[in-house]
Design a protein around this ligand. Structure first.
Ligand SMILES: [Zn+2]
Length: 305
């Protein structure tokens, strides 16, 4: 895919009919959610430990087709203390898996007036291809600053040297594509990586914190400023995770731990009332978490125009 891809049905460049960015503020911190597009994945991967009949009923209740899950792919840009921070980078080129509707990030950042050269820091929640691939698109590295810092958990970089796929439940072709992309990312960007152990404050009020679970170095980003709070949960929470936090997502490398991480985070967010944004919740994904019986409910935030 080239940087000036104009084949997307929404129309070229600056005049897409469907909005692809949503701005909000958390105290003094500017936050922009940008859509990289949508991934079409098999329905079974939303809960591979769930009874197929229960899973099918959930999909039907959500007005979703029985076999294809349309997964949003959200990226966030944060500005704080003079730094411009890109949190995750979308999928980039289609890795031969027929995912043509994602990979829009670079074009949509341009449409939002964000020059790649203005990005001072990248935070990676983890190294799955739908979170790092955008930085591997032809020509992107040359447009980024040479002193760009890429923050990720040390455990994540270590994991992808020899990744364990024994507990996942992915469609054919995905494990190889994920391995290839992560390896390439390590090769291309290793000198710019700034690994942290447990947590790291990237800019005032912007804290990246390792959770593990989804991958060993999976991390979330906590924003806090002037009494406002927002958490970017990466892949710790999916749409089905509110109602069925114990369902194992097919992309989770340690599903039991991923479910524990999800429950802990949802309980905390329900208690504090802070805002949540996550990679694969429907764009723009800004919501609050409410308790609903023994599970949770996602309460979408009102759009502010
Ligand atoms: Zn993901």
């Amino acid at each position: 895919m080239s940087l000036d891809n104009t084949s997307h049905p929404g129309g070229p460049g600056h005049d897409e009919l469907v909005p692809s960015r949503y701005a909000l503020r958390v105290g003094e911190i500017d936050v922009l959610v940008v859509s990289d597009g949508v991934l079409s994945l098999p329905g079974a991967m939303l809960g591979h430990n769930a009874d197929p009949a229960v899973r099918a009923a959930w999909l039907e209740d959500m007005f979703l087709p029985p076999d294809v899950l349309e997964w949003a792919l959200n990226v966030v840009v944060v500005r704080s203390g003079g730094r411009t921070i890109l949190i995750d980078a979308g999928i980039g080129m289609d890795p031969g898996l027929n995912l043509p509707r994602a990979g829009q990030l670079v074009r949509r950042l341009g449409a939002a007036g964000i020059d790649l050269a203005s990005v001072t820091d990248v935070v990676l929640t983890h190294m799955h291809m739908d979170h790092v691939g955008g930085l591997l698109v032809d020509g992107v590295k040359d447009r980024l600053r040479p002193d760009l810092r890429i923050h990720l958990a040390a455990a994540e970089a270590e994991f992808w040297v020899s990744p364990d796929f024994s507990r996942v439940s992915m469609p054919p072709g995905f494990p190889d594509a994920l391995r290839r992309t992560a390896k390439r990312f390590l090769d291309v960007y290793r000198s710019q990586m700034r690994p942290f152990e447990t947590e790291y404050e990237v800019a005032p009020g912007v804290l990246v914190h390792r959770t593990g679970g989804h991958t060993p170095g999976h991390s979330v980003v906590r924003l806090a400023s002037g009494g406002d709070r927002l958490t970017f949960a990466g892949d710790a929470v999916f749409q089905v995770g509110f109602e069925h936090p114990e369902w194992y997502n097919g992309f989770e490398h340690d599903p039991e731990e991923a479910a524990r991480v999800r429950l802990r985070l949802l309980r905390e967010l329900a208690a504090t009332g802070e805002a949540l944004v996550a990679t694969h919740l429907s764009f723009p994904s800004v919501c609050h978490v409410a308790v609903a019986g023994s599970a949770f409910r996602c309460v979408p935030a009102t759009w502010e125009y």
